[in-house]
Design a protein around this ligand. Structure first.
Ligand SMILES: [Zn+2]
Length: 455
């Protein structure tokens, strides 16, 4: 017979984009606290202050943290472990779970890290080159590169996420666990089979990985390979010492709009050329640098796709809490192919989705981080959705190409499936349908929004 359990899920309200969830399980006299991610997108003073008060709040609830999990290496999921490092050291962590991609003894993870580092290094170099250019287009590209490059993690570097990963690797008093899809774990310090964790992602069984072809064989996904290829071409084109190498014409055929060449042809041509020269928007001089911005966004989605995806099964009731990190389509699609190591306790994916009563919305509500087919299977009457999004985040609030979080259509679907039971980090009052929340299940405080599930 399984034990009843009360689950409290506290979504901390960060200053900008970011995830920080504290799961507290109580079964009879047993308690277990799991912290899932802690990070804030930018490292502004305000953000850091918020992170510190969150750590203080956690300290007030727990004796120590039974498990700390970091889903993937992005600032908005990990920077808090550095900003509040001394607090976490004081609180104490029993065990850390990271994904197999962080495992230094995993050959595939190492091969991927090597390739990944190369892409990131090239992006960092690219930023160096772009910095020396001028113009309004450049501003935007620089901003995009800054966002990505500053948040990049190399396997052994000194970035915020790199440091946080290193800290977590040695933070637990018990040996660290690197999780792979197909594993089923017990939430520690609760009676056996009270809460089980099913690991769904990140995937490691891409067919390309098994391929003997060295080019493909090194690749986690072919997508990354193609980015790498394009980046090679792009950085070659940026070669300042040999700028003509990759242009379709020889240098002598290139003409500046103001030079003498046009005069030779006719006064009319000179006029046209001058006209173009004064209207900067007609020139394409720096537009090609937009590619840099696209690479930056690509590599960002790639890292999102390495998110740990965990389904917490409250065994007695069968309810499931689904935490997908920032997993994007590829990660979601792979769940169908997961082979469970403990077949007896394995949940069918469809059952898991049907029994999901708590969905931590992927990637702050962006359009490609909740796969339609899977979400449509989350048909449980009790379903609620929590979105760690803050509309005041500079990337969401900006006028030019703002990040669409949460995405409009996804938000509509979430509203429908949850009967309006959506909690957002940036909403002190829960809009739409406060009556649809089960009485006493929701607590909204300045620092967090907490949801309680009782057996
Ligand atoms: Zn994120």
């Amino acid at each position: 017979m399984s034990n009843t359990v009360t689950t409290k899920i506290r979504m901390y309200r960060l200053h900008e984009l970011g995830d920080c969830f504290l799961l507290s399980f109580t079964s009879a006299s047993h308690k277990s606290h799991v912290l899932l991610d802690c990070g804030s997108f930018r490292n502004s003073n305000k953000a850091v202050k918020k992170i510190k008060s969150i750590a203080k709040n956690i300290e007030g609830i727990v004796d120590d943290l039974d498990v700390v999990i970091a889903t993937h290496q992005h600032n908005d999921h990990m920077s808090g472990f550095m900003h509040a490092k001394s607090d976490y050291e004081r609180i104490g962590i029993q065990q850390v779970y990271l994904s197999w991609l962080d495992d230094p003894s995993d050959k595939l993870a190492l091969a991927i890290a090597k390739k990944h580092d190369k892409v990131k290094k090239q992006l960092a170099d690219m930023r160096g080159i772009v910095k020396s250019k001028r113009g309004p287009v450049i501003q935007q590209i620089r901003a995009a590169l800054d966002t990505v490059v500053d948040g990049l993690t190399f396997s052994d570097d000194n970035s915020m996420t790199g440091q946080a990963t290193q800290f977590l690797k040695s933070a637990g008093s018990k040996p660290i666990k690197y999780l792979s899809p197909g594993e089923i774990l017990q939430v520690p310090n609760l009676p056996k089979d009270t809460v089980r964790i099913h690991v769904l992602g990140p995937p490691r069984d891409y067919p390309t990985i098994r391929s003997k072809d060295p080019r493909k064989g090194e690749s986690f996904d072919p997508h990354l390979n193609s980015i790498l290829f394009s980046i090679d071409e792009f950085t070659a084109a940026l070669d300042v010492n040999n700028p003509d190498k990759h242009f379709p014409f020889n240098a002598k055929y290139k003409q500046s709009a103001t030079n003498k060449y046009f005069k030779k042809i006719s006064p009319e041509t000179t006029k046209i050329a001058r006209h173009y020269a004064t209207e900067k928007w007609r020139t394409i001089d720096n537009d090609w640098l937009y590619m840099a911005e696209r690479f930056a966004l690509h590599i960002n989605s790639y890292t999102n796709n390495t998110s740990l995806v965990l389904a917490f099964e409250l065994v007695k009731s069968g309810r499931v809490l689904l935490f997908v990190g920032d997993a994007q389509a590829g990660n979601w699609r792979s769940w169908e192919t997961v082979k469970w190591e403990d077949e007896k306790n394995a949940l069918e994916l469809d059952t898991m989705l049907r029994n999901t009563v708590f969905y931590k919305v992927g990637h702050h509500g962006s359009h490609n981080a909740t796969l339609k087919g899977a979400f449509e299977k989350m048909t449980n009457d009790e379903l609620v959705a929590f979105i760690p999004v803050n509309k005041e985040d500079a990337n969401i609030a900006k006028d030019y190409r703002p990040w669409k979080m949460p995405a409009k259509n996804l938000y509509k679907e979430l509203k429908k499936s949850t009967k309006g039971r959506i909690a957002r980090m940036d909403e002190g009052k829960i809009r739409y349908s406060s009556n649809n929340w089960k009485a006493g299940s929701l607590k909204v405080a300045p620092l967090y929004i907490e949801y309680t599930i009782k057996d």
